[in-house]
Design a protein around this ligand. Structure first.
Ligand code: MG
Length: 330
């Protein structure tokens, strides 16, 4: 039997995070898990009800009843990894070579030639741009950004349709289209419409993972799989990327720094195993939130996140000092 304790936290976004989120505070819970063999580890639980996850309170209620939701199962799996690293005195950065991250642009209207120059100067070569709010303005700005030399990832978060996406792509200059590495969730998933979208550019699957009938497909549903270790089991992920010859981008869940370090560690470990199949990660989101004691320990050197002090995901003293509340029934 395991013992699980919770510490509720609130994150304060500095601005709207994506096309589906409101601007309000975000709630989540850190979990402290103790196993019968004496190991103890930590993980984050940061559901996004806007993206179809069960709300946090309900997840914790189920946990208190001894039922593990799929999000909680992933958190427990990551907590076990943290526990094993801690017991060996290892930091999660010790699992592989550092991996680059894309630079996240939440609001394209804030991008200027000077700001892009500064981003490039820091060492970034890939922008991930959240779109889907005002396609006319977005295509105009993308046509301007295209000459900057960055690879571009676009994320629509499923806002739109095949026809609105076709128009969006037609409005881009050939230079802008050539700069696109992939487009994430251009509109809600269906086999046929996504197959058509893939004629226009590489397509990445993120929030519609559960809607794909993986076992009956006759061709790959996408070119790239966006994997959030907070949500997906990595054994299954590895099977799918090998079966369908997919590339993969590991991202955090715009979550607590504990979740971010777990995502980054997963990316480093997977890259060690699969090499170029693993693209640049998307784990640099800490600047989206107001700083607190945890965020203060997250630093990046351009596209690389720096190692946090301590074992496992780090933050040893901060995690030990938190007030924890027992959740599980045992
Ligand atoms: Mg996405």
């Amino acid at each position: 039997m395991i013992k699980v304790a919770s510490h509720l936290y609130t994150l304060e976004p500095r601005q709207s995070l994506n096309a589906v989120s409101s601007k309000g505070q975000r709630q989540g819970s850190l979990l402290k898990v103790q196993w019968e063999d004496g190991l103890q580890g930590y993980a984050d639980l940061h559901p996004w009800p806007e993206l179809g996850d069960m709300p946090l309170r309900e997840q914790l209620l189920q946990l208190s009843l001894g039922n593990y939701t799929s999000s909680v199962q992933q958190s427990l799996c990551l907590a076990r990894w943290d526990a094993e690293l801690r017991s060996q005195g290892k930091n999660i950065f010790d699992v592989g070579a550092p991996i680059k991250n894309n630079f996240l642009v939440s609001d394209i209207s804030h991008v200027t030639a000077e700001s892009l120059q500064a981003v490039k100067h820091q060492g970034f070569d890939t922008l991930k741009i959240k779109v889907g709010k005002d396609s006319q303005e977005e295509t105009r700005l993308l046509n301007r950004i295209a000459s900057s030399g960055f690879k571009i990832r676009l994320d629509f978060n499923g806002v739109g349709s095949l026809s609105s996406f076709q128009k969006f792509m037609a409005d881009l200059s050939s230079e802008a289209r050539a700069a696109i590495e992939y487009v994430e969730d251009p509109f809600p998933y269906s086999d046929q419409t996504w197959a058509e979208a893939r004629q226009l550019c590489p397509i990445a699957l993120d929030n519609y993972f559960d809607q794909v009938k993986w076992d009956v497909l006759s061709e790959a549903p996408c070119d790239v799989l966006i994997v959030k270790p907070a949500k997906l089991d990595m054994v299954e992920v590895k099977r799918l990327i090998k079966t369908w010859n997919l590339k993969v981008t590991i991202t955090n869940y715009m979550d607590h720094p504990v979740g971010t370090m777990h995502a980054l560690g997963t990316a480093m470990e997977l890259k060690k195993e699969l090499g170029d199949t693993v693209l640049q990660a998307g784990c640099l989101t800490h600047h989206l939130y107001q700083a607190d004691v945890f965020f203060a320990e997250l630093r990046n050197d351009g596209p690389y996140l720096r190692k946090t002090a301590g074992t496992g995901v780090g933050f040893d003293h901060l995690l030990e000092a938190l007030p924890w509340q027992l959740v599980s029934p045992n």
